[in-house]
Design a protein around this ligand. Sequence first.
Ligand code: VG1
Ligand code: CO
Length: 542
Amino acid sequence: MIRVVATTPFEGQKPGTSGLRKKVPVFQQPHYVENFVQAIFDSLEGFAGQTLVLGGDGRYFNREAIQTVLKMAAAAGFGRVAVGKGGILSTPATSCVIRKRKAFGGIILSASHNAGGPQGDFGIKYNIGAGGPAPEHITDAIFARTKTISEYRILEAPDVDIDTLGEVGLGEMVVEVFDPVADYAELMRTLVDFDAIRALFQNGFTMRFDAMHAVTGPYAHAILEGMLGAAPGTVVNGTPEPDFAGHHPDPNLVYAKDLYDLLMSDAAPDLGAASDGDGDRNLIIGRGQFVTPSDSLAMIAANAHLAPGYSGGIAGIARSMPTSGAADRVAEKLGITCYETPTGWKFFGNLLDAGLATICGEESAGTGSNHVREKDGLWAVLMWLNILAARRESVADIVRGHWVTYGRNYYTRHDFEEVDAAAADGLMNALRERLATLPGQVFSGLTVEKADDFSYHDPVDGSVTTKQGVRVFFTDGSRIVYRLSGTGTAGATLRVYIERFEPDAGRHAQETQAALADLVALSRSLPDIPGRTGRTEPDVIT
Ligand code: VG1
Ligand code: CO
């Protein structure tokens, strides 16, 4: 029986950079999940009898939310929900499955790299039939609906067993529990040279993949150790846990420090890699050589033709605005366009659908291609393995060689987390007010060339997205970018992105923070971060 339940709106159910993210106790309030899921369904048309793909990164509250979505999807009239076994489905695998099954869309339950557990974060994101995150006109409609919602519909039924493969009925709908790894692994096999990578491992190549107790464990076990023959034990922390064993499943140099330390030690394997909570981010570290995400994007693009899925070359590259210009230099050499989009994968969808871009990436450890419509952590690792197998050089040699050819973009991001929201808004507004007066001014020897607030004009659908980050460019080619995070769940996170291009190969061996020290100091004094936020040092440096 379908129950119609009266409800009232919750404040703040606004999807951010990547879906709705809040603390678990917020989601645990009666009606909270139901309101948001109903708002999603109310914003969509034409799904009667169609398939919805459903899964999550296995974090705390995943199973409860899955049951709610299943019963609401049955009440809404979906014909089938395909749910990953155990409620597990990485973000890129969700995108893969939506596309492969020609599903109407999908719901991903994840707060990505944010900590999980009873006091941690949870999230809900809707993906469209093309496989990617809902574009802004849909997320805007969902948010508008959350503000007027007065009832939701849910099937009264016992919980569905999501741990047994196969199909069961739920009201008039079919619930299909499927293997979350199979389709994804099959897709990977068509894109990268599994034979070459298997031979690489056979010849003694060593690797450590840290799944950070999050969703990529089963995928990495099956693909790296199973299909590719990496030594058992290559994958560590490979069992998804609801609280990620108490860690932040964020593959950066702060939260994956053990991996970094190993790769810098005498005991280093040839390659170290990691992925985040929902499997869409990647960290790449060679023996003694960290690869920044911005560089990794450029290097994957420059070498993509070595992988069978891209042997015909790439049509274009797209990067988010704060991502370094390293990819632009590769695009220039290849004679293709490098598109610059706002932060968040949803802006790449149109470019990929239209065939304008093949490879996309973000400075936040996200890299992907037109094989799905999400960033894809394991794909990036497999691309690196393919490149290493084809070139038979070390990561360090490939990185240094790339810099010699293209120059080096020294790059760092400084995050000031849980800043008072009003103070952060005040800082951004004050910067915006000064934009017109900045050009020509000289700060500690650096002359401002231009300054703006980034707007994106989507070349495919003509939509315009404004206020995507304040950019200050200097005459020597350096750049500082300021923006506020759209994924946090407490206060505001101020992200400061700092970059300088160095063409001279004789100056490529500097330590990043030292090479950028003057810009870093200026990045704090220019908007008076200490005065406005009370912070003198960032919480996270990537
Ligand atoms: C951050 C990153 C952005 C990424 C987003 C989602 O957003 O900066 O590049 O697309 O997280 O990634 P923000 O608004 O906090 O800067 V994930 O792996 O959290 O889905
Ligand atoms: Co993620």
